[in-house]
Design a protein around this ligand. Sequence first.
Ligand code: UD1
Length: 374
Amino acid sequence: MTNVLVTGGAGFIGSHLVDELVDEGYDVTVVDNLTEQVHDGEPEYLNEEAEYVWGDVRDRELMTELLEDADVLNHQASAVGVGQSMYEIEEYVEVNTLATARLLDIIVNEEIELEKVVVASSMSIYGEGTYRCSEEDELRHPSLREEEQMKQGQWEHICPECGAELEPVATTESKPRESTSVYAISKKDQEELTLSVCRAYDIPAVALRYFNIFGSRQSLDNPYTGVCAIFSSRIKNDNPPLIFEDGEQTRDFIHVSDVARANRLAMESDASDVAVNIGTGSPVSINEIAETLIELYGKEDELSPEIANDFRQGDIRHCFADPSLAADELGFEAEVGFEQGMRELVEWGRKRDAEDRFEEAHAELEAKGLVGED
Ligand code: UD1
């Protein structure tokens, strides 16, 4: 039976992936360090059919031992806070870049034979999404908005040629990359290191550029995680979700079960030496997220989203996936609709205690000068 080594397999995405693989008959070994920012000890949802090793992906000896027994490496372990990566720089580069380099070094020098390597990458490596100027009918790839522009509350991108507002369009894998955070740079490193080393040694490898993932088991206590988890814990604690900018910024929200399946298809398909977008192809605004979560928690009468008169430095305005390469290469298409996915998140969220640590995290970012008022 194929033995899959899943790094970060106790986490949000990794654990759903483990369930998917076990259901499909794979032998699964997980290595995870149960990082404190995410876990409060062993999570209750661990799959009994998988084998768990509590250790660090940076531990050369341990990883050598585990890789020797593996047929497939699925590398999900990562430090994931974008804002936090801007002050825990060394930690992010160690956990993401260096650990990946070490895994590849082991594979090459210990002559580990693998059928496939799958690595979790991120849409964050693009920086801003792709835009179109309708006046000139041309694509544009703007850089991040200047602080001056943000301070004036001019949220949308403006065409540098004609001054018209740019319209967001789907982002393809060929978009020039503009990684604007340490997190994004480390994700780009993970992707490029994996693809280039595996190419050189003829190991089939696929990088999955995740868009914004949501769903059950997303850490509701980790204030550095995505907006769906942050809003969920605000709402559960009877606090209004705080919206940066005007809330009309959009992202491509994909349900974690779809992401788990995309990983399995990446393993099983013939795809090799390729990085693909894992998104739905449909943009959703942050206002829609806040409103949907308030409604699903049944708190429309008590709560409404609050515009915080704030913006986050380094935030992009819009980015959504062109999912066609993933369809061609992996035969993958997202199946869980937005409402259906949000319902699953809320059903799970209702059963959880969630500490609202938004203020704490926000104060930390403020102290580092990483948020600014408009
Ligand atoms: C970032 C990363 C992405 C990562 C994701 C979750 C980038 C470009 N992308 O995405 O790789 O998967 O974090 O870790 O760096 N917002 C509010 N109020 C809040 C929190 C967020 O209005 O309390 C807004 C943000 O300003 C942003 C949007 O919601 O406009 C999405 O934020 P977030 O969930 O952090 O994701 P990204 O920044 O897209």
